[in-house]
Design a protein around this ligand. Structure first.
Ligand code: NAD
Length: 343
């Protein structure tokens, strides 16, 4: 195994903490990418990894992503992420969770955790009984999905304005991949503004039901990226923009809530080469973290709304700089984020 500094995703992390608690079996990594803007904030993922290097790589990648996301959202928070290495049965005994909470606490607030894949609301509440460094608890604003959905909706509107000059969403055709918390919320906002919807979900019934309710149509999950539309909005999985899928797109812009949409990175250039506008994922989908950190940031509802309302302006600034420099929107966003975190 390579030394941690030599891992491709190390990217000068300020600290990578590895915990191994013999008494409870806890194995966890807390990666702190940057505290330049404030304490490193990002969720805890509970996941079964093939090997420990995969867990460390995941923590590093996600942690850097949180640095960029929090910085571009205008938050006074740095970026970090924790992963707990689950066994293949995903056994999660309480004493192990307590040991993880003590690990978070031992960092003295350098890292603030929140919910991520594999952690339930109840798990987060139990962590908060051991350490105060937990954000986004159910009594602190709850489910981030609706906030993310609103930011994505505003971002889709901005994308439409950028590619067509239109302020009005009437008749604008949006193809949404995944109609869960974010995609479903987005579909409702769009329907209320008269947009035309094509929906898809691996749960085909879910997409069909929502389409029937909102007056749109649904297609099989594997067909959504070939739908001819104005906007493709990925709201399900990451890494869906590959060389092949970008080549198959028949839209003017990609603007959606999923994390890590570009499979390897160069797809950002492929989109630009095809004249397809791209809304960098961590900029458009920041509504959730803006709300999750409301207590850390001491922000009230009006402030949360103001920050989410700033998402389309930020996207427009990225696109303007992309147009004037020839850099892709993803490159422009990364550069802006790096500058904000002093890199
Ligand atoms: P969710 O689980 O509520 O919904 C995801 C939906 O996508 C589900 O209905 C699922 O069946 C569907 N799906 C899964 N694979 C699919 C596929 N291949 N094709 C079509 N549909 C598929 O999740 P969510 O909270 O809505 O999050 C959606 C995406 O947005 C994720 O990538 C998540 O990481 C990202 N995100 C979410 C938030 C948030 O606040 N919830 C914030 C930032 C980013």
């Amino acid at each position: 195994m390579a030394a941690i500094w030599d891992l491709p995703d190390f990217d000068s992390h300020e600290a990578v903490h590895v915990f191994d608690d013999l008494a409870t079996g806890l194995k966890a990594v807390i990666a702190v990418h940057s505290t330049h803007l404030g304490p490193a904030a990002g969720g805890t993922r509970f996941w079964h990894y093939g090997n420990s290097q995969a867990a460390i790589t995941d923590a590093l990648r996600l942690s850097r992503g949180m640095s960029y996301k929090n910085a571009m959202a205008g938050l006074s928070a740095g970026g970090g992420k924790a992963v707990i290495l689950a066994d293949s049965q995903h056994t999660k005994p309480q004493d192990m969770l307590n040991a993880f909470a003590r690990a978070v606490d031992s960092l003295g607030g350098q890292y603030i955790t929140a919910q991520d894949v594999g952690m339930s609301e109840a798990d987060m509440v139990s962590l908060s009984k051991v350490t105060p460094h937990v954000a986004g608890l159910p009594d602190q604003g709850g489910d981030p999905g609706p906030y993310t959905a609103r930011g994505v909706f505003l971002g889709v509107q901005a994308a439409v304005k950028h590619v067509s000059g239109a302020d009005d969403m009437t008749g604008v055709h949006v193809a949404i991949q995944g109609v869960g918390s974010v995609g479903g919320g987005l579909a409702r906002y769009l329907a209320a503004q008269g947009a035309k919807l094509t929906l898809a979900d691996v749960d085909a019934q879910r997409a069909a039901d929502l389409a029937a309710e909102l007056g749109g149509s649904s297609v099989p999950a594997d067909a959504i990226m070939g739908v001819e539309a104005d906007i493709f909005s990925p709201c399900a999985l990451g890494a869906i923009l590959t060389e092949a899928s970008v080549a198959a797109l028949k839209v003017r812009a990609v603007a959606g809530g999923a994390n890590n949409q570009l499979a390897t990175g160069p797809e950002g250039q492929m989109l630009a080469d095809r004249g397809i506008l791209y809304a960098p994922d961590y900029v458009i989908n920041a509504g959730g973290i803006i709300n999750v950190l409301r207590h850390v940031e001491n922000a009230d509802d009006a402030e949360i709304n103001r920050r989410i309302d700033a998402i389309p302006g930020r996207l427009s600034a990225i696109w303007a700089q992309s147009d004037s420099t020839g850099m892709t929107p993803a490159e422009v966003a990364d550069n802006m984020a790096q500058k904000l975190i002093g890199r």
